[in-house]
Design a protein around this ligand. Structure first.
Ligand SMILES: [Zn+2]
Ligand SMILES: [Zn+2]
Ligand SMILES: [Zn+2]
Ligand SMILES: [Zn+2]
Ligand SMILES: [Zn+2]
Length: 500
């Protein structure tokens, strides 16, 4: 509320315009320590402070089925905010007991909603709570003989009935009171086959092994029981014969010597028949012996694989086979060389089918033709050895040195070409001309058969035409009685244009 000014003399106290604090309401105005009500008149002679006096609000407390109080005091129906209110449930109806408190309104939290006497703190609003009840528990009476799986104490067996715990009419099961479920014993499960020992035979229950129809064997005139087939053991003197030892081979195991009784068919380790062999199949076995390994080698050739076969010389069994890949790639590192005044020996490279490189002098040897210095064609013979067999002959050529064009002079439909003389390993020269770079169009070849001639004029050409020119050397050699020319590489190509 705003201050009021300019008052002198009588002033009528107004209605409260302040907002009350939580849980409080306006009670009166206080002027100089004296409480005044709204509408009272005061006399103002100086600056005067009027203070609002607040009082706590009492809110309704409604309890259904019980009472509210403060502490152990008398019942209350109202309480102010912050008061600790005690709830006490009333007497339960017949056959019921207190269950819990339910908060109907007021949003309070009870100290213990499940206790018949509890407390809560009063909020700034009315509160309503209600006591609820449930059926009083009963004392079980286990007098019901109800057969149900959860009540089983002891299952039935061949001769005894099942035993169950008794139940209460509410369904609860006793842990001590029992009853016998009549006619639930299973009865014996005797098999139709006979069980026996050395004296008797009988039928036996598969469940409890109870014996029925037990009686002594009835042999009649032989040693076999007519009822169960039991064979009576009759003492006799063994008639032992030696079964000779059998030596092991590489294909079959052997066997130690043993004795067999012709009378009872039993086997013995000793001639006196004191150590019986009950399991002859696993007794006295001698392991197979190792194979006698031998080897055959089929050598590989340049055209066929070879193989290494390991076999047993006794039983002939093949123990392993290893392929030797054929030596299918046989090459010279260089097949065309140029004369340089030295003896030439190009290297041989041999690979097998798998790309593995064979080793010289282990897998093969190489012999080169004589000479191999001058222009000519030379043989290289590869002879296989070791795991390989066969031969192969390769050839390489030593060509003469090339030459170069020293001048080209054009004339009318002709030109003259000069080249450098090649002094060694040369018989003559060859000049080639054409109208294109690749020497395909209008090609002419002129052979000069003298080593000393170093120029020639090429005639009968087209006028005003550009010609490409190149020169090589050659040497005539005898190979197998035949004369053949071996040419050098070409010189650098030069061009000339003929005149009109
Ligand atoms: Zn009960
Ligand atoms: Zn039984
Ligand atoms: Zn029998
Ligand atoms: Zn015997
Ligand atoms: Zn063998």
């Amino acid at each position: 509320m705003a201050d009021v000014t300019g008052i002198s003399g009588k002033y009528t106290l107004p209605a409260n315009g302040f907002t009350a604090p939580a849980g409080k309401q306006f009670k009166a105005w206080s002027v100089g320590g004296v409480e005044k009500v709204v509408g009272d008149k005061i006399t103002v002679t100086a600056n005067t402070t009027v203070t609002a006096v607040w009082e706590a609000v009492e809110y309704n407390v409604t309890v259904t089925g019980g009472t509210a109080s403060v502490g152990a005091g008398t019942p209350i129906t109202k309480a102010t905010m912050g008061t600790t209110v005690t709830l006490t449930a009333g007497a339960a109806p017949s056959g019921k007991v207190f269950d819990k408190w339910e908060v109907v309104s007021g949003g309070i939290t009870l100290a213990d909603a499940n206790s018949a006497t509890t407390t809560f703190t009063m909020p700034a609003s009315a509160v309503s709570v209600k006591a609820t009840y449930k059926n009083a528990p009963h004392t079980h009476t286990y007098n019901q003989e109800t057969v149900k799986p959860e009540a089983l104490k002891t299952p039935a067996d061949c001769t005894s009935n099942a035993v169950y715990f008794k139940s209460c009419s509410c369904g609860a099961i006793s842990t001590t009171d029992t009853f016998v479920a009549m006619n639930t014993a299973l009865g014996h499960a005797y098999g139709s086959d006979w069980k026996y020992d050395s004296t008797n035979h009988w039928h036996e229950c598969s469940r409890c092994h109870d014996k029925k129809d037990e009686a002594a064997h009835d042999y009649g005139s032989d040693n076999v029981c007519d009822t169960c087939g039991y064979y009576k053991t009759v003492p006799h003197t063994h008639n032992l014969t030696l079964v000779a030892a059998k030596a092991a081979t590489c294909t079959e195991g052997g066997k130690e010597a043993y004795y067999k009784c012709e009378g009872c068919g039993k086997f013995y380790e000793d001639v006196l028949g004191t150590k019986e062999i009950t399991d002859l199949a696993s007794w006295g076995n001698i392991a197979k012996i190792a194979h006698t390994t031998k080897q055959t080698v089929t050598k590989a050739t340049p055209t066929a694989n070879g193989k290494i076969v390991n076999y047993c010389s006794v039983c002939k069994k093949t123990l392993s086979t290893t392929v030797i890949p054929k030596a299918s790639s046989i090459k010279l590192k260089a097949t065309s060389l140029t004369y340089n005044g030295k003896v030439r020996t190009p290297k041989v490279i041999v690979n097998d089918r798998t790309g593995k490189t064979l080793v010289k002098n282990t897998d093969y040897t190489v012999s080169y033709a004589k000479g191999r210095k001058y222009v000519g064609k030379y043989a290289v013979k590869i002879t296989f050895k070791g795991k390989y067999s066969g031969t192969k002959t390769l050839y390489f050529t030593i060509k003469p040195k090339a030459t170069s064009i020293s001048s080209l002079k054009a004339g009318s439909k002709k030109f003259t070409v000069k080249w450098k003389k090649q002094a060694t390993q040369t018989t003559g020269y060859q000049v080639q001309v054409a109208t294109n770079k690749k020497f395909k169009k209008n090609k002419k070849t002129v052979t000069i058969k003298k080593q000393k001639t170093t120029k020639t004029t090429v005639k009968k050409l087209k006028a005003k035409k550009k010609y490409y020119v190149r020169v090589c050397t050659y040497k005539t050699v005898k190979i197998n009685g035949k004369s053949i020319r071996i040419y050098s590489g070409w010189s650098k190509t030069k061009t000339v244009t003929t005149k009109k």
